[in-house]
Design a binder for this molecule. Structure first.
Ligand SMILES: NC(=O)c1ccc[n+]([C@@H]2O[C@H](COP(=O)([O-])OP(=O)(O)OC[C@H]3O[C@@H](n4cnc5c(N)ncnc54)[C@H](O)[C@@H]3O)[C@@H](O)[C@H]2O)c1
Length: 426
């Protein structure tokens, strides 16, 4: 049955969801407070980078199943996919969810479904959404069905994962669960599991916390191995030959809107109990400074003003998303060093301080290249040319991405996070 669905928040989650429902025959009104997003969408265009999303949005807009507006309207279903950023004190900023929920109250009618997709601290649906929706005078749970259905998609593969991933639906009652499950069945091919709202909220947070804590373990191992002259990468590779061990990879920190933030939403609720989760965050947050210390050590013998070129600043490879990127924090630390100049190379990023679009100009006369994010394009670099342009051909690879043997053969000094040769080799 064709439904009219109002989706609030047209970002990385809301827009692909809107396009997906629209191309599956539903009538979608996409709502965003950002006029630029609304204007672009009504012309069939998008302002975020996500493979194939532009094509799907264009098809949806052309079919007239997807239109955008800055205000909500009457609909059968309301889906809230607005940001849930973190405050400076590491608590969830729920003001976007709150204002989006308030904005639909005047349009609520008997028979409506309200779904929260935004990642939220456990208890949000019951304690924040339901009381606001009740201001409509309707009986929430009877007249209006409500559920949390968290997103698990991976940026870069959003359209595929929206369809293929298993999904959790946490309703305020059984009717809410079933109605929301039936709606997502429109396009979801994965399994859909039903639970209560608070459990669904905790599941989403714990999925990312699991990964964050495991990366923290790998980062701790990296530091230990550096101190003990062992290769963490070799340890991980060999330990993972055990059938029940799956150590994660170390790196310059953890970023993105999910892994670096979601654990805090659990800590916020149970600060006394969430001890390992908090320690994991602390270890991962210490990595940009650790990379800086490695740089300073490598550059110590250089007596002139030093030029460091950072390759890749997004929070993971092959995307344009810089949210919570640990490389940004690393750059921030680098710029505080009085005798270091910073230049950034990242083909996925259009504007940011220190960005140099001409790679050869960027590496010219530099003393150290730090690989921050292993974008695929960085696999094709002409290292021979790079060596000629650099003043001191040294590389610090934080991802075990470039090939040590090739680089050393070309005359580079190759340093790797998670392993350390005695002393500096510059
Ligand atoms: N991006 C991801 O990979 C991902 C994955 C899983 C879960 N999530 C969660 O999904 C939620 C949305 O994330 P995102 O990445 O799509 O955010 P985003 O910043 O890309 O997009 C959010 C959009 O909401 C709009 N907005 C803000 N307040 C609004 C309001 N009151 N009414 C209408 N629109 C409003 C903003 O202008 C913005 O365009 C967050 O809770 C996030 O944690 C994101």
């Amino acid at each position: 049955m064709k439904q009219k669905i109002c989706i609030l928040g047209l970002g990385y989650i809301g827009l692909p969801t809107a396009a997906m429902f629209a191309t599956h025959g539903h009538e979608i009104i996409g709502v965003d407070v950002n006029e630029e997003v609304v204007h672009a969408l009504n012309q069939g265009k998008i302002i975020i980078e996500e493979p194939y999303l532009d094509i799907m949005v264009q098809a949806a807009v052309t079919s007239e199943n997807l239109t955008a507006a800055t205000e909500p309207c009457q609909a059968d279903v309301f889906i809230i996919a607005v940001p849930t950023p973190m405050e400076a004190d590491k608590t969830a900023n729920m003001k976007y969810v709150e204002s989006a929920t308030r904005s639909i109250v005047p349009y609520l009618e008997k028979g409506n479904i309200v779904i929260l997709e935004s990642t939220s601290p456990p208890g949000t649906v019951e304690e924040l959404l339901v009381p606001i929706l009740a201001e409509s005078g309707l009986c929430i749970g009877e007249d209006v069905l409500v559920a949390h259905s968290p997103e698990r998609v991976l940026p870069g593969k959003i359209l595929m994962e929206l369809v293929e991933n298993n999904r959790i639906v946490g309703g305020i009652n059984q009717r809410s669960c079933e109605a929301v499950r039936d709606l997502y069945r429109t396009f979801v091919k994965g399994e859909i599991f039903l639970t209560d709202a608070k459990t669904a909220e905790m599941c989403k947070l714990m999925e990312n916390t699991y990964r964050d804590v495991n990366i923290a373990l790998a980062n701790e191992l990296a530091k230990i191995c550096e101190a003990m002259n062992i290769s963490a990468w070799e340890v991980i590779e060999l330990a993972n030959k055990h059938p029940r061990v799956h150590l994660h990879q170390p790196g310059p920190g953890v970023g993105g809107h999910c892994l670096a933030i979601d654990p805090w939403f659990i800590i916020e609720k149970q600060p006394q109990l969430a001890q390992m989760i908090a320690l994991g965050r602390q270890i991962n947050d210490s990595m940009p400074r650790h990379v800086l210390e490695r740089c300073k050590e490598i550059l110590e013998p250089v007596e002139e003003r030093k030029k460091v070129v950072v390759f890749g600043v997004t929070y993971k490879p092959d995307i344009d998303d810089m949210r919570e990127s640990p490389i940004m924090e690393f750059i921030h630390l680098l710029e505080q060093e009085k005798d270091i100049d910073v230049v950034v190379v990242d083909p996925h990023v259009t504007h940011m301080p220190y960005l140099e679009k001409d790679m050869w100009k960027a590496v010219g006369n530099s003393h150290l290249i730090v690989l921050g994010v292993h974008h695929q394009v960085f696999a094709q670099i002409d290292f021979e040319h790079m060596k000629q342009e650099m003043k001191n051909p040294a590389i610090l690879d934080t991802r075990d991405f470039w090939d040590r043997v090739t680089l050393e053969k070309l005359g580079f000094q190759y340093f790797l996070l998670g392993e350390k040769k005695e002393g500096s080799r510059l």
